[in-house]
Design a protein around this ligand. Structure first.
Ligand SMILES: Cc1ncc(COP(=O)(O)O)c(C=O)c1O
Length: 449
């Protein structure tokens, strides 16, 4: 087979007309294409823009590049894998990397969460977990347990399952009737009670008791699972009130309802522990992850399940497929190579411990913004921060988006959702980066309209 000598690479400049074809996700396409913001390279804590500027990454890409950008250990593993075996069929065939990664993950996980189902994104991981929950009860002879319970303001990706249990109105309202049989717990955000809390707020554990109300309405015999983000990220950083997750766990136990933690952003060190389950000492029945599992390099998601859930499926004839579910790219060789190298790097550099040690310096920096114009809340946990701005009357989101644009001009990448700034830097962040990040952000906030 004759090979082309040089594959084409993305060009270093783009004309407006070159930008039309790509329909960008979660982006104001027309506005963006008039005023593009393009990255062409990344290293450690920084991106390089197409016009050669350095931008400090305050968001680890999209909450995923926990070990920093273009780390040679991970890059080499991916390069080696793609040159050795680019793909292996995922159904009725295997390759060592998938087993090794699953085994390694199982050893990191708390309690008896010790089996791993691979997907390719957080959205797929969530849909997989919801399906496993319903199929699990059916396999146990409790096929009426089909209802799913999410939470207002929750984000669980964009599959139909994820938006059904998710609680962000704009992500749901365009897409019809969604899944049947879904209820939502109330969200836990309350500025009157909790503004400017450090770490977990005092007020709000009682909101978990709403689960009792939903159980009384439908009866536990009809409920499969509750899914929550232990720390809600995409909605604008909502830290769980003290005791809240413990109460959810207790109520789920009381009624035989599975508890799923969506740890797509909290997994892999974000809170200074491997998983939020470890950090809070609350062990769910399933955990969904993505993002940091490969340091954002190759798409991958996963569902971690407890021993008993896995065992429940392993009961029929040996030649029967136990779960009629999976993806062409479940456990893709490159994602597995990236995942193994990422976990090695996290461990070698003690990055979760590092995040834990850096969290108090981070906390001081976050709360130094209190008192600046329009800042109505600052909140933090681990290496996460939420900074809530007062909205411009009649123009929700406009002030925070202006802040995002001005930060970008000043060489700082932040993320905004509504009028909330969400920060989640790579875990390799140094104190001087934290000073730089909050120094620049403070200056930008002071100049906001
Ligand atoms: C908690 C949570 N779940 C699921 C997802 C969806 O992940 P993906 O965008 O990889 O589908 C995200 C993405 O931000 C998330 O934060």
């Amino acid at each position: 087979m004759q090979e082309l000598t040089r594959p084409s690479t993305p060009s270093a400049s783009l004309a407006r007309s070159d930008m039309e074809a790509f329909w960008m996700p979660f982006t104001a396409n027309r506005q963006f294409k008039e005023h593009p913001r393009l990255f062409v390279a990344a290293k450690d804590m920084h991106y390089t823009t197409i016009d050669g500027r350095q931008v400090l990454d305050g968001t680890a890409g999209l909450w995923c590049v926990n070990a920093g950008h273009c780390r040679p250990h991970i890059v080499e593993a991916i390069q080696r894998q793609v040159a050795t075996m680019d793909y292996a069929p995922a159904f009725q065939m295997g390759h060592p990397g998938a087993f090794q990664l699953a085994d390694r993950l199982a050893k990191m996980l708390p309690g008896d969460l010790n089996h791993v189902f691979f997907a390719n994104s957080g959205s797929e991981a969530v849909d997989s977990a919801l399906k496993i929950a319903i199929a699990y009860h059916r396999a146990k002879g409790e096929g009426t347990r089909q209802r799913l319970i999410g939470r207002e303001r929750g984000y669980h990706g964009v599959g139909f399952g994820g938006i059904s249990v998710g609680g962000i109105g704009p992500n749901r309202k365009f897409f019809g009737s969604l899944l049947n049989g879904v209820d939502h717990l109330p969200h836990t955000h309350n500025l009157q009670e909790n503004a400017f809390s450090r770490q977990q707020p005092e007020w709000g554990a009682h909101l978990a008791d709403e689960l009792e109300r939903i159980v009384a309405l439908h009866d536990a015999s009809n409920i499969a699972a509750v899914i929550v983000e232990p720390v809600a990220g995409s909605t604008g950083v909502l830290i769980p009130p003290k005791g809240y997750l413990e109460r959810l766990r207790a109520i789920c136990d009381k009624y035989g309802i599975l508890l799923i933690f969506d740890e797509v952003i909290t997994g892999f060190g974000r809170l200074g522990a491997s998983f939020a389950a470890d950090y809070f000492g609350v062990i769910p029945d399933m955990i969904t992850v993505a993002k940091g599992i490969t340091n954002g390099t190759i798409p991958m998601g996963a569902v971690f399940v407890r021993q008993e859930i896995y065992d429940t499926f392993m009961t029929g004839p040996e030649n029967a497929i136990e779960l009629a579910h999976g993806y062409t790219y479940s456990g893709h060789p490159m994602a597995c190579a990236a995942g193994l190298a990422t976990l090695e790097l996290y461990e070698q550099e003690g990055l979760f411990q590092r995040a834990n040690e850096m969290a108090s310096y981070w906390e001081e920096a976050v709360h130094s913004l209190k008192g600046l114009p329009y800042v109505i809340d600052t909140r933090n946990l681990g290496l996460i921060a939420g900074i809530e701005l007062e909205s411009i009357p009649g123009k929700p989101t406009a002030r925070a988006f202006e802040c995002f644009l001005r930060c970008f001009e000043q060489g700082l990448l932040i993320r905004t959702t509504g009028d909330i700034i969400a920060l989640s830097p790579p875990l390799i962040i140094e104190k001087h980066h934290i000073d730089e990040l909050f120094g620049r952000l403070a200056e930008v906030i002071k100049g906001l309209p």
